[in-house]
Design a protein around this ligand. Structure first.
Ligand SMILES: Cc1cc2nc3c(=O)[nH]c(=O)nc-3n(C[C@H](O)[C@H](O)[C@H](O)COP(=O)(O)OP(=O)(O)OC[C@H]3O[C@@H](n4cnc5c(N)ncnc54)[C@H](O)[C@@H]3O)c2cc1C
Length: 660
């Protein structure tokens, strides 16, 4: 088997981008002393792995700025990785930058010898091959002109001719050939084919995809420094072209939407927030013959259900989202906009080195106590509850027949599930979630604890469950098709810029923010996500693992690929994985508001905001932030329908179009 001639192992290249442009050392020193220079880290290549065997030809593709040239410069030794390693076991003939290795003041004749010396050839060797080089470059008439007078095509011809005079072990070609004329490009291609059959290894960067497919037997696709895909040329190039077409049509749609918004048209509705609520409402408005424009301050649609595709894995960027409902109409509705897979949420809990199935069911109990029948398990839980309640009553001086009323979350949890379940699966986990011990949390947080006495790991009781194949973003895109959308713009900015361009507002942002927090801030819990790509096929063997012990600072780890059974859209196994660690965090103004804290004080404040909202002319509030309530996706769809039916005087009929 051929040995690897190039090994790039998890290599990253980092640049520090300065805040100001400094041209000379004096200015640099002065600004440095004054602490006026700051740098922002920019990763031009991230954790790139590339293994090239002797004699292989690799095409590197990607848009401008994707990291292709940086990768070539790293392989040639011009740039050093700050992480990872690069090993090259052969002599390289690089053609990386137009005119690199040439002295602009010297003639072509002089530069041939200079370039030859740079590539390690003796003067005698260069004299022997001189005519051949000149002939291939077709520059006989201009040999004694300084190279600074050459066109870019002439420089490329000369460079290529010198670099390929002998079969180099590794030829690196970076787009330089694109400047040559058609005839020269044909001859270059023929020479490269010749060299490849002679055993040269080729690294070839080009935007000319047909030439990549023709010349290369492997292709690596880079995007913003990340490897998106590597494999056979047809597959990778097709995926790349498909992606480019999509990007182009997005940009095209964005332009068209902007034009429509900026035209003289007055929209019936401005929908603030491109989450599920806003998208469902806008969809229904259009079906009812009304016009709507949707905006979002984030730079994407979908709100919290947004998924992005990385390494062929749909990443749930704002936390795991599993669609579940018992409402047949909601299920049929979402199935009009996406095909759902048959994912069933069956999380596991890890407590130190023990693993338990969730929700609490016979699998959990039999693992915990070695008991196998529901009767045995119920007796065990009852024994623990009774002992605990008796003890508590004694402490409080209550008679055995008097009722025990739990005073805090710990008491509530043990009186429902017994001590063992509480200790291993509830106590430390809840403390991580709320940032306070269970003894300091109110009992009402858990009103009911569903204990299942069947061997059933399905977390939800709903009739329908699944995840849209290809991610939620595609589903929202379809809901919004035909609706002009503007992302990356806040309501206030839009309202100022496009005042008078809409008749009514459907507002799905935070209600207190709308009123400039004039009555105070509503409280939320938030989650911080730390997402990491791992070079392994399987990290934890399940999409959701809860970490119930205090030894792990995170509450959960999500392994996104298992929401789609570890396969790409074609059904192939995915070689890498992406995980997100979730840290439950105290919310402060400015952070993402996730879970409303519906305690007494916050609900009182919300009621006051609601009164203000009811008096606000031409603005209707909806969605989880607009009504300060946690909703599952199906509930938010129902809420949006309710608003649509009331507002549009329409009836939601699944499967029908344009009804009124
Ligand atoms: C971590 C987490 C996990 C969840 N998991 C599930 C699950 O598994 N299953 C399930 O059914 N549900 C789940 N949910 C609930 C689900 O996310 C919500 O039901 C749904 O996203 C609510 O949609 P929405 O449109 O009301 O709000 P959002 O999705 O939050 O959309 C509101 C949009 O408004 C935009 N916005 C806010 N203010 C402004 C402004 N001033 N100007 C412009 N735009 C603005 C925001 O950027 C946002 O995009 C989960 C929620 C969280 C937080």
């Amino acid at each position: 088997m051929a040995e690897n001639i190039i090994d790039v192992n998890h290599a990253s290249i980092r640049f520090n981008l300065g805040n100001i442009k400094v041209d000379n050392l004096k200015e640099f020193t002065i600004r440095k002393i004054r602490h006026e220079l700051t740098f922002q880290e920019f990763l031009a290549l991230k954790d790139v792995d590339l293994h090239v065997k002797r004699g292989e030809s690799w095409g590197l593709i990607g848009t401008n700025g994707s990291g292709k040239s940086t990768l070539l410069k790293m392989i040639t030794g011009i740039l050093k990785p700050y992480k990872g390693t690069v090993q090259v076991r052969g002599k390289i003939a690089p053609m990386i930058e137009l005119g690199a290795g040439f002295d602009q003041e010297l003639t072509a004749r002089e530069n041939i010898f200079l370039n030859g010396a740079v590539l390690g050839h003796s003067r005698r060797f260069m004299e022997e091959h001189f005519d051949e080089i000149v002939e291939f470059a077709e520059l006989q008439r201009f040999l004694d002109s300084p190279i600074k007078n050459y066109s870019s095509g002439m420089k490329a011809r000369l460079g290529f001719s010198v670099a390929t005079m002998v079969n180099p072990e590794i030829l690196i070609c970076d787009e330089v050939l694109s400047v040559g004329d058609a005839n020269f490009r044909r001859r270059c291609n023929a020479r490269m084919q010749e060299m490849l059959s002679g055993g040269t290894t080729l690294l070839y960067v080009s935007h000319d995809i047909p030439s990549v497919i023709r010349l290369c037997d492997h292709v690596l696709w880079l995007d913003k420094g990340d490897v998106v895909m590597q494999g056979d040329p047809e597959t990778v190039c097709n995926a790349y072209l498909e992606h480019q077409e999509k990007v182009y049509s997005y940009a095209q749609k964005e332009r068209e939407d902007r034009q429509e918004i900026e035209s003289g048209k007055v929209f019936d509705y401005l929908v603030v927030g491109a989450g599920l609520y806003g998208s469902v409402f806008a969809n229904e408005a259009c079906k009812a013959g009304k016009s709507a424009v949707v905006i979002d301050k984030r730079d994407h649609i979908g709100g919290n259900v947004y998924t992005s595709r990385r390494d062929n894995i749909d990443v749930h960027e704002y936390g795991a989202h599993i669609f579940h409902t018992s409402d047949k109409k909601v299920w049929e509705y979402v199935n009009q906009y996406a095909e759902f897979n048959h994912y069933i949420n069956s999380p596991v809990a890890r407590y130190k080195d023990e693993l338990y199935n969730l929700p609490f069911n016979m699998n959990t109990f039999s693992k915990m106590w070695g008991l196998y029948t529901p009767e045995q398990v119920q007796a065990k839980i009852e024994e623990q509850r009774a002992e605990y309640i008796a003890q508590k009553k004694k402490e409080r001086g209550l008679a055995p027949e008097e009722a025990f009323v739990p005073q805090n979350l710990e008491e509530q949890a043990i009186s429902l599930a017994g001590t063992d379940i509480y200790e291993k699966l509830i106590r430390e986990y809840t403390q991580k979630q709320w940032g306070r011990p269970c003894t300091e949390l109110p009992a009402f947080i858990i009103r009911r604890w569903p204990l299942r006495f069947t061997y059933d790991n399905n977390y939800f009781n709903d009739r329908y469950q699944g995840i849209p194949i290809g991610g939620y973003t595609q589903m929202v895109e379809k809901l919004l098709s035909g609706v002009p959308v503007m992302t990356g713009i806040d309501y206030r900015t839009f309202a100022k810029k496009y005042a008078g361009k809409y008749r009514k507002v459907i507002y799905t942002g935070p209600i207190d923010e709308y009123f400039d927090y004039r009555l105070g801030h509503l409280q939320y819990r938030t989650v911080r996500f730390e997402t990491e790509e791992l070079d392994m096929p399987n990290f934890q063997g399940n999409a959701v693992v809860n970490y119930t012990g205090s030894e792990a600072p995170w509450t959960r780890i999500i392994e996104h690929k298992w929401f789609e059974f570890g396969k790409d859209l074609e059904g192939n196994d995915l070689p890498k994985t992406i995980i997100s660690r979730e840290y439950s965090t105290e919310w402060k103004p400015g952070m993402e508001p996730y879970y409303p804290v519906n305690d007494e004080a916050n609900m009182k404040l919300y009621e006051q905001y609601k009164k203000l909202a009811e008096k606000e002319p031409g603005v209707l509030f909806g969605g989880r932030l607009g009504t300060y309530r946690y909703y599952n996706m199906d509930q938010v769809i129902l809420q949006a329908w309710e608003m649509a039916e009331k507002e549009l005087k329409t009836r939601i009929l699944v499967g029908s179009v344009g009804k009124k």
